[in-house]
Design a binder for this molecule. Structure first.
Ligand SMILES: C[S@@+](CC[C@H](N)C(=O)[O-])C[C@H]1O[C@@H](n2cnc3c(N)ncnc32)[C@H](O)[C@@H]1O
Ligand SMILES: O=C(O)C(=O)C[C@]1(C(=O)O)C=C[C@@H](O)C=C1
Length: 256
């Protein structure tokens, strides 16, 4: 998928939840794709730090002649960060998303990005997309939308596809064992949204819309599943309120 155009897609302010609407589960449809850069920047504390760090981490762990995957690539922000961190022209970079509305816009952003490494976009389910020979894989706020019972299988498939010395960058909204901490971190997250111009109505309607589709887990659940899947080390390299990013590493000495 590639189409060169001179102007980027219009930058639109997210007002999707600003007026009263019927309760409906959140979906990555065309209306979300249209406002997504604004929505994710104003909703996810640390997103604007995490994206450039994905470039730094990719640069550190990418291996020549390997595949790099961005699973749930949306408009390609994390894909482009990976692209800028890859300095081997024999690497293959693949972005996967099952929202055609997202991928259509993603292809424009990729065409506008002045960089030689080609990006392959697949409109596929990350649960079944082919993965192999991977040095760096990214799940930047995507696993949280996968049904929990499907998560162990996906983690195993990623770990099996990852070469010795390779990594998974996993960013997620998390929940906390302690009710008190859960309440404090949620309040601070909502304050972050308020500081970014979201009203109480927008915050509460978005909360209701994502309640059944964005299912956060604890850091311990993530860590245990990553280790059980075949990664050797899990490092939390970023946290702001209830949003974290982890690095799951396969030891260079691990035999496949
Ligand atoms: C929060 S967005 C990811 C943001 C993006 N990684 C970034 O850094 O800007 C989650 C994305 O995952 C995609 N997604 C969710 N479940 C998926 C699945 N099972 N297969 C493919 N894509 C999926 C959604 O369509 C959405 O575009
Ligand atoms: O948790 C929330 O309140 C959010 O709005 C988070 C979140 C996310 O983490 O992906 C939810 C949906 C959109 O993709 C943008 C942000």
């Amino acid at each position: 998928m590639s189409s060169k155009q001179q102007t980027p897609p219009e930058q639109v302010t997210d007002r999707l939840f600003a007026t009263e609407r019927n309760p409906e589960d959140f979906r990555f449809d065309a209306s979300v794709a249209r406002v997504f850069p604004d929505m994710i920047r104003r909703s996810v504390p640390g997103y604007t730090t995490i994206i450039p760090m994905i470039e730094v981490i990719t640069e550190q762990y990418v291996q020549p002649g390997t595949h790099c995957y961005d699973l749930g690539c949306s408009l390609g922000a994390s894909t482009l960060a990976m692209r800028h961190g890859i300095h081997h022209d024999d690497c293959v970079l693949v972005g996967v998303d099952n929202s055609s509305a997202m991928l259509e816009r993603c292809s424009h952003y990729i065409a506008l990005d002045d960089h030689d490494l080609p990006v392959t976009l697949r409109c596929e389910d990350i649960l079944t997309t082919e993965l192999s020979n991977a040095s760096v894989t990214t799940l930047n706020f995507t696993l949280q939308f996968v049904p929990p019972e499907q998560r162990p299988g996906l983690m195993r498939r990623i770990a099996d596809a990852t070469l010795p010395g390779g990594v998974l960058i996993l960013s997620e909204k998390i929940r906390f064992e302690s009710e008190q901490e859960q309440e404090t971190q949620t309040r601070l997250h909502h304050e972050f949204k308020r500081a970014n111009g979201y009203s109480d109505l927008e915050i509460s309607q978005k909360r209701a819309a994502i309640e059944k589709v964005l299912l956060p887990e604890t850091l311990l659940e993530h860590r245990q599943r990553l280790l059980a899947a075949g990664f050797d080390q899990v490092v939390v390299w970023y946290q702001c309120f209830n949003f974290v990013s982890m690095l799951a590493i396969k030891s260079p000495s691990t035999n496949q």
